[in-house]
Design a binder for this molecule. Sequence first.
Ligand code: GZL
Length: 342
Amino acid sequence: MKKNVFTAVCLFLLGLGLCGCSADTEEKAMEILRGQAPRKEEGLLRVGLIQTGKESDWRDANTNDYLHHFVEERGYELIYVDGNSSPERQVQAMRDLIWQRVDYIILQPIVETGWEETIREAGEAGVPVIVADRQIAVADSEYAAWIGSDFYGEGRKAMEWLETYLEEQNRGEEEINIVLLEGTEGATAAIGRTQGILESLSFHENWNIMARECANFTQGEGQSVMEKLLEELDPSDIDVIISENDNMMFGAMKAMDRKGITYGPEGEIITISFDALREAFEKMMDGKLHVSVECNPLLARGVEKIILDLEQGNMVQDKCQYIEEQLFDFRNAAEHIGARAY
Ligand code: GZL
């Protein structure tokens, strides 16, 4: 019987991609079976990081920030779990990390829903959970803290910029047709940005959303969705494309290039995006992109401060911590690109 359970645990760990080689898997499985947390280096804080999975350059910058910050020489053992774009896999990973009795869990959720049970289980096991980037639909009394961006505010910032720009172009009274590429359904970044964008329409009855489609924050889907829309719509009717991240905008640009459609400050269509990747600065400087609203992926330092507060027995003062970020456009991109960290 023991052997079957042992095998099951091995498969469970391998299924989570928590360990590459079978020997490591066996060792972890034996430790779990013995009811002992895996070997804890003396003095190292064991921190589990549950990431969403690779979907954007923003995500790479966010992951790398954690990997460079939570290192052994700084007193941490980081257990990294790739959610592989699967909310179910993320929930599994929460249970495994609780099982391994890590000291802290950093959760970067793909979507807001489905977290009630495992957040409760973490609380019962005494494992503090710090939610980062997107949010979860659980009372904030149930987890240690959240740190990330004001996604609604990002959406409003973009639309306030558009309002000013159109006025400057003497187009303030013109009918403006907008195509909106949305991020992953149920993700706070998409929910908040869309809300901020759509709310702004209530102040501009001459602004119309002529199409809105989900492209899941990926470049590939940004291109395929835009190719489809360019077949369905008359491209000459499109005045503005708003993409809820830079990678989807880069894909949309490839689709427009194929049709010979011009865009950006040097083209016909106004282009507005989010994340402020280095490549977005390059496109703003090349006259292809009007705006990228910064969404700062460098969350590791803020997360570590929460952990250190908890380690010192302090209450976390702010359960909801917004990270500083600004809007960049084609007029100021050149002066800022040199200082960009991602
Ligand atoms: C925002 C983050 C979003 C980025 C996208 O905090 O959740 O997910 O804007 C990423 O690039 O895919």
